[in-house]
Write a protein that binds this ligand. Sequence first.
Ligand SMILES: NC(=O)c1ccc[n+]([C@@H]2O[C@H](COP(=O)([O-])OP(=O)(O)OC[C@H]3O[C@@H](n4cnc5c(N)ncnc54)[C@H](OP(=O)(O)O)[C@@H]3O)[C@@H](O)[C@H]2O)c1
Length: 291
Amino acid sequence: MASVPFVAIVTGANKGIGLECVRRLCASANPSAKVVLTSRNVDLGKAAVSELEKDASLKVLPIFHELDITKVQSINAFSTWVSQELGGVDALINNAGFSYKMTATEPFEIQARNTIDINYYGTKKVCQTLLPLMRERGRIVNISSSAGENALSSMSVDTKARFLACNNTEMLDTILEEFVSAAEAGDHKEKGFAGSAYGMSKAGVTQLTRILSVEASNIMVVSCCPGLCRTDMAVRKDWSPVSIIFWLATFLVGHSAHGGADTPVWLAHDLSWEERSSFNGKFVRERVVRS
Ligand SMILES: NC(=O)c1ccc[n+]([C@@H]2O[C@H](COP(=O)([O-])OP(=O)(O)OC[C@H]3O[C@@H](n4cnc5c(N)ncnc54)[C@H](OP(=O)(O)O)[C@@H]3O)[C@@H](O)[C@H]2O)c1
């Protein structure tokens, strides 16, 4: 009987770390594997596939599919396509993410709402919709950030304890909605929340991962930080003084986008299933469990 091809999906993969996750998967996966590059922008996604098609080192060519992680209709259409065309999922890398520029002029409450909606609710919705399609021993790798750990450290003792005590997504939603409401009222720090909307959203992704890892018994769910990487998000392309400092820092303590894809792809594809118990539900950086 023919074996079922390995199926891997990467969200937000038209550029940056997501694109490099697809490149690494296509370079190392079995030639029968199906690697799906998803992007909310069809033209950018197809252009990314064309770029990878020129890379002679790849054993597998990626397949493109549209996916906007903030649109329920898009997630459902994608899930239906995966079910009908691929049959199941072995590795899902939730990479799609967003961060406002340091120079952004949007009021903080708008930044809080949008950042939580994309990074936390978007990732949660993709996880919950694709979970029924995950195959035995499948892996969900949520790309979070050390900014989430920093946000947790800057919360008040009570808020941090409530955050870490969340053992279902409804509880976590409630706390993150309290954060957004407090941001609207301008008293989120007084209420014990962190000052960074991005940090709060990534603390949410890391805690979401812990919750899902308990609920899903036959797969591994893990979060990770790719490290500081030279991508549009971190370097921001605006060449402001802060941006230049970040850019220089990536050469000292960070990675290229390709380097940033190392840990997520290692978790999604290379880590042996026997090591699952050490990694399930954990937050990983540079292939090492951090919390
Ligand atoms: N770079 C770093 O130093 C760093 C550090 C820690 C964690 N991370 C995390 O690593 C991940 C990748 O970051 P990156 O540095 O590669 O950023 P990036 O270059 O800005 O890429 C982000 C990707 O996410 C996509 N995206 C944004 N909103 C989306 C949505 N609603 N639906 C689908 N895709 C969406 C973007 O699509 P568009 O092109 O259409 O906007 C883009 O493809 C993110 O989760 C980020 O938070 C990055």
